[in-house]
Design a protein around this ligand. Structure first.
Ligand code: SAM
Ligand code: SF4
Length: 458
């Protein structure tokens, strides 16, 4: 069949979708860029906020209507669709309820069970429908190392599955199960194979990626010892990946301040391939809120982690996630978040309006910050971040950044864009022909809150 996977949500979902595409291609199906040409359409869902889940379920509903040629859907963009599947976090949350919302769905499969999809498609082609596959909390997925044969120079690699943190507001541990660290030798083999295929940059994924090797050992007794004497599993992984020839950059996400150890800082300092950027979600700047949320750090501990990273490199980029309107968040809690963001000097920030999720601890609390107030707090933080982003980027004018070329800029094809080590977008005019994934040195001439513009240095 021709197929298309439509992805909502985080990088983990992007990675899972890529693995599914590779598994379907290996089973003889043909990936198409345009959903309109696809006979099989799979929607990879997110449930972290209510709106995210609604979007994925709504999308599936439209696809099913198109498949059945109902109403306006008959003339819809999905004329070729014959099988519709739903995968990912919303399936695990909804369970059997998914067929109440989507009665004619062909199959639904939770995270950590996506390896079954080619088999489910075969069952649907044999006439079955309404198949539900829910993974166990400790299941280790099959097909995790499947990558497409595309020529992208960047790749995600999942290293830590699930989450054991159980922050009060978060549904992720319920839907993605318990933590499981993939054996380091598997990760190293996967990255080595990617590098041999031309991948220059990998981003290691885990909900709390610095807990790699904490719940189960990632390094086994017969693995070679760390040449640099690293004793912590994650910095030791960075050391092993740094030695892979052809690989230029290593990123990872997301982090927790407790994981910002001396060994991690040593790895940043010792291995130039490890990008000096950390996505370190803070969620709130108020100690009272942090305690309620079960985040396991105080404002002071969080700021100390940021200071530690910037102490060895003042340009070290730190980005974050913040939630506004958590139950009981007062104006003074919110002001504490504002001041923390200023003190931390974030390079970028994603702001989320609190959304109660079924089964989480905070869902039992009244969602008492009115929607309009959540909206206002969101806007205040975003406009603060614009000013801060401009100031942080202004400091980089005149410096030379090493940029991995990503391709022509969307707005102006004569210009290319790429990212520096700090994950900042840099726009430049290439001098002559350029290949995607090539490192380019760019002197920054102009700074904006979200992008830098510069000239290629010969
Ligand atoms: N594991 C990461 C961490 O805690 O560092 C983040 C994972 S979560 C998929 C991404 C972001 O969604 C969180 O950092 C949080 O800001 C936001 N989020 C999670 N649950 C939420 C909720 N119930 N309402 C609003 N935002 C939420
Ligand atoms: Fe959710 Fe907290 Fe785990 Fe992140 S660390 S996925 S916010 S429970």
């Amino acid at each position: 069949m021709t197929f298309h996977v439509h992805t909502y949500g985080c990088q983990m979902n992007v990675r899972d979708s890529e693995a599914v595409e590779a598994l379907l291609a290996a089973a003889g199906h043909v990936r198409v860029d345009d959903e309109a040409d696809a006979e099989l359409v799979i929607v990879n869902s997110c449930t972290v906020r209510d709106m995210a889940e609604r979007k994925a379920v709504g999308k599936c509903g439209n696809l099913i209507a198109a498949k059945e040629g109902r109403g306006r859907a008959r003339r819809s963009a999905n004329a070729a669709v014959k099988i519709v599947g739903l995968m990912g976090c919303a399936v695990k949350r909804m369970g059997l309820e998914v067929f109440k919302s989507l009665p004619n769905l062909d199959f639904a499969v939770g995270p950590r069970r996506f390896g079954a999809i080619p088999h489910l498609v075969a069952r649907c082609l044999a006439g079955e429908k309404g198949i539900l596959e829910l993974p166990d909390d400790d299941e280790v997925p099959t097909g995790m190392d499947a990558h497409g044969s595309g020529n992208s120079f960047q790749s995600y690699v999942t290293v830590l599955l699930g989450c054991d943190n159980r922050c009060s507001y978060c549904i992720v541990p319920d839907v993605r199960g318990h933590e499981y660290s993939r054996p380091a030798r598997e990760v190293v083999a996967e990255v080595r194979a990617l590098a041999a295929r031309g991948v220059k940059e990998v981003c290691l994924l885990g909900q709390s990626v610095l807990r790699y090797g904490v719940r189960n050992p990632a390094w086994l007794p017969d693995d070679p010892p760390s040449p640099g004497g690293y004793t912590e599993a994650f910095p030791r992984l960075l050391e092993a990946l740094s030695a892979i020839e052809g690989l230029e950059r290593i990123r990872f996400t997301s982090a927790h301040p407790k994981g910002c150890t001396d060994e991690l800082v040593r790895a940043y300092a010792e291995f130039p391939k490890v990008c000096r950027h950390l996505h370190l979600p803070v969620q709130s700047g108020s100690d009272r809120m942090l305690k309620e949320m079960g985040r396991r750090y105080t404002r002071a501990e969080y700021l100390a982690a940021v200071a530690k990273l910037r102490a060895f490199d003042p340009e070290f980029a730190v980005t974050t996630d913040v939630i506004v309107g958590y139950p009981g968040e007062t104006e003074s809690d919110f002001e504490a978040t504002r001041s923390l963001m200023e003190e931390a000097g974030f390079d970028n920030a994603f702001v989320f309006k609190y959304s109660p999720r079924p089964g989480t601890r905070s869902a039992a609390l009244p969602d008492d910050v009115p929607t309009a107030e959540k909206e206002r707090r969101d806007q205040v933080l975003l406009s603060d971040q614009q000013v801060r982003g401009q100031a942080r980027n202004d400091r980089l004018v005149g410096t030379v950044r090493e940029v991995l070329a990503e391709g022509p800029s969307l707005r102006n094809a004569a210009r290319w864009s790429g990212r520096d080590g700090g994950n900042r977008i840099v726009v430049f005019e290439p001098k002559g022909p350029l290949v995607v994934g090539t490192p380019v040195k760019v002197r920054i001439a102009e700074a904006h809150p979200q992008i830098l513009i510069g000239e290629v240095v010969v």
